[in-house]
Ligand binder design. Structure first.
Ligand SMILES: Cc1ncc(C[n+]2csc(CCOP(=O)(O)OP(=O)(O)O)c2C)c(N)n1
Ligand SMILES: [Mg+2]
Length: 399
């Protein structure tokens, strides 16, 4: 572990010169070819080998099959909307597998692979896009792995995560008998961390920048992950930022690096290091994962209107699934494994398809149930309005 990272989380670590040299362990074909920047993270992969890589491969293939199924379901009118993650599975699986069970994860809206890794079933994810639930899963249920709800309001989750991470510091202090309501200095070992995901476009939101300020001021045990997939719907990342995104975080006083986001080994190694530093009381970190959204922004989007085929094809050649497959083959894993994983993934996607069509439609007024823990006059008013509205149809039908 580099002492420099602990002692000086300011420029120096991660500032890689004019040409970013993202941290990567795999070349585009999956050969083991660490970049110069990867060397100091290599120890994080000690003890990680074919068995783990096979698990990560399963995670990725299962997610891709589920994703494809959901796109079909949306096209057939069975989901209101679908948000694909195709192409981004590499960093998601690496970071999802890097987290410990006690860590908390705040996603944006396309972290389907991480949902599954943390125990939130794909059916719960799909149900949200069928309009059957306002959240999709109970975040207080331990079975859901501290995976918080999808947030479609860009950047709001960075605030939720930072507030949550601050509470992790205060709780740890209280456990140690320190009741002063003060964080602010590094050094409180919390034993648990918070990891928050957002996109390149979201880095322009005020919320996301305020979250970095609070995280730095209060030294929260937090890892910010920006999946730079090249686009914020039709706006290219070059329009959002004149500088590599990870460098902005250095200006806020966070340790910050750029990784090859289609290399799950890089995501895992850096994620392990940053999460551990956060848990041990060394404050927040920032990871910019360079990846690409292979599919549409959502099923409501047509990317052929704003981006070139050549760009898409260049990134398809760096598909994270194909790269990890190349790596596994170089370790001697044979065809039968890949066939088995594909069949399992298709069966899992089919189970979601069969089940979602039969999920019950909730009572409309259940939407009021979890807004406040106690009765609230505004909510009661709205509930009564809905009652009147619904009974107006009964009268019409009866007339
Ligand atoms: C506060 C807010 N403003 C605008 C939108 C509309 N919107 C939804 S996704 C999106 C682009 C987000 O891009 P990025 O952060 O790069 O994430 P990506 O979708 O590429 O993963 C926009 C503008 C929104 N959901 N919330
Ligand atoms: Mg984006």
């Amino acid at each position: 572990m580099s002492e420099q990272i602990i002692d000086t989380p300011l420029p120096g670590d991660g500032l890689r010169g004019a040409d970013p040299d993202p941290i990567r362990f795999l070349d585009d074909e999956g050969g083991y070819a660490p970049s110069a920047t990867a060397a100091e993270y290599a120890a994080e992969l000690d003890g990680i080998g074919a068995e783990e890589f096979k698990q990560w491969y399963r995670d990725m293939v299962a997610t891709r099959a589920f994703d494809t199924e959901c796109t079909h379901l949306q096209r057939q009118g069975q989901l209101a909307l679908w948000v694909p993650s195709v192409g981004q599975e590499g960093c998601q699986v690496g970071l999802g597998r890097a987290a410990e069970p006690q860590d908390h994860i705040f996603p944006a809206y396309r972290e389907h692979a991480i949902a599954r890794i943390r125990g939130v079933g794909f059916l719960n994810v799909a149900a949200q896009f069928r309009g059957l639930t306002h959240g999709g899963w109970d975040v207080t249920d331990p079975a859901n792995g501290n995976f918080h709800l999808y947030t479609l309001v860009l950047g709001a989750q960075t605030q939720h995560a930072t507030g949550f991470a601050l509470s992790q510091v205060l709780d740890a202090k209280r456990r140690a008998g320190d009741t002063a309501l003060d964080a602010g200095e590094a050094g409180t070992a919390t034993g648990e961390a918070t990891m928050v995901f957002y996109g390149d476009g979201t880095t322009s939101q005020g919320d996301a920048n305020e979250a970095l300020i609070f995280a730095a001021s209060y030294q929260t045990p937090e890892v910010f992950v920006v999946q730079n997939n090249g686009w914020a719907i039709s706006v290219p990342v070059a329009r959002q930022s004149r500088t590599p995104l990870y460098r902005r975080a250095l200006g806020f006083g966070l340790r910050s690096v750029q990784i090859d986001g289609n290399d799950p080994l890089a995501a895992y190694a850096v994620g392990r290091r940053f999460l551990r530093l956060a848990r041990e009381g060394h404050g927040p970190g920032y990871i910019e994962a360079l990846t690409y959204r292979i599919g549409a922004h959502t099923t409501s989007d047509d990317p052929t209107r704003y981006r070139e085929n050549a760009e898409l094809e260049a990134w398809q050649r760096r598909d994270p699934i194909a790269r990890l497959e190349g790596h596994l083959r170089s370790l001697g894993v044979e065809d039968a494994f890949f066939e088995e994983v594909r069949a399992e993934a298709d069966a899992e996607a089919k189970r979601v398809r069969d089940a979602i069509l039969h999920l019950p439609v909730p009572e409309p007024d259940s939407m009021f149930a979890h807004v406040y823990s106690e009765p609230h006059p505004r909510i009661e008013e709205q509930r009564e309005w809905l009652d009147r509205y619904e009974s107006s149809f009964a009268e019409t039908e009866g007339a």
